[in-house]
Design a protein around this ligand. Structure first.
Ligand code: NAP
Length: 247
């Protein structure tokens, strides 16, 4: 029997942090499966660029908020087809608003994608990794899940929840040599933060001890470390990539 290709699955790999993670893990030698929901051209371009540099990548449409679609994806594209070495739960959205004005549907939508979506992906990946007896799961949380943020009740709940799930999954899966860790980025230059006003951006930059917003690559470097053999004895941890804004 031929060996299955060592594969890293990155949800939301079409843009921003997920794109940098997909490119970095491809450079590290993984075949990368990256998913998207609304931007097929961007996702295909990321895969094409990885291939042009000699790497292996495929883009798949997958809404992590749709549990049935996620379960089907793992059954049809992952199980027994590839060696699922790494899962990065990166897909995420914001629907900001202050507590007293936040609509139920905006709370539910953010929890559905950022928390439940990560849970479904983790569950399906864990079934496969348990049989493989190895694997790395890396959840992209956020500094605001650690310290709170006005106007982000839904997002902070999801990102704090992701930290709890990371620790529980680490305890459950360690006996199968599967590590589960979280990366908690601070304020990172991507589409998600592009709408911040100059004034808010300046305030953040002044408050960050390293005096700059982070780059998607800063986060990808931390993910690549946690995916590597160098991090073999690290599980259940939160690696903050935040320029020192929260210690
Ligand atoms: P982004 O630029 O807005 O990109 C979001 C990515 O998620 C895109 O690839 C998007 O796909 C995908 N996505 C959105 N909804 C999805 C769904 N339902 N199913 C599958 N994929 C979906 O965001 P980013 O700034 O790179 O953030 C990436 C992750 O880091 C998120 O979890 C975010 O919460 C977290 N984070 C970001 C920051 C920051 O400052 N930027 C800080 C801390 C944590 P399409 O392109 O197809 O729409």
């Amino acid at each position: 029997m031929t060996a299955l290709t060592s594969t890293a699955l990155v949800t939301g790999g079409s843009r921003g942090i997920g794109k940098a993670i997909a490119e970095t893990l491809a450079q590290d030698g993984y075949q990368v499966y990256l998913t998207y929901v609304s931007k097929p051209q961007e996702a295909e371009a990321v895969a094409a660029q990885i291939q042009a540099r000699g790497g292996q990548a495929k883009a798949f449409p997958l809404n992590v908020g749709n549990a049935e679609a996620v379960t089907r994806f793992f059954a049809e594209e992952i199980k027994e087809k590839v060696d699922l070495a790494v899962l990065v739960n990166n897909a995420g959205i914001t629907k900001d608003g202050f507590l007293v004005r936040m609509k139920d549907e905006d709370f539910d939508a953010v929890l559905q994608i950022n928390l439940r979506g990560a849970f479904i992906c983790m569950r399906e990946a864990a079934k496969i990794m348990t049989r493989q007896r190895h694997g790395r799961i890396i959840n992209i949380s956020s500094v605001v899940g650690q310290m709170g943020n006005a106007g982000q009740m839904n997002y902070t709940a999801a990102k704090a929840g992701l930290l709890g799930m990371t620790k529980s999954a680490a305890k459950e899966l360690a006996s199968r040599s599967i590590t589960v860790n979280a990366v908690a980025p601070g304020f990172i230059e991507t589409d998600m933060t592009a709408s911040l006003s100059e004034e808010v951006r300046k305030t953040y930059e002044e408050a960050i001890p390293l005096k700059r917003m982070g780059s998607a690559q800063d986060v990808a470097n931390a993910v690549a470390f946690l995916a590597s053999d160098r991090a073999a004895y690290i599980t259940g941890q939160i690696l903050a990539v935040n320029g020192g804004i929260y210690c």
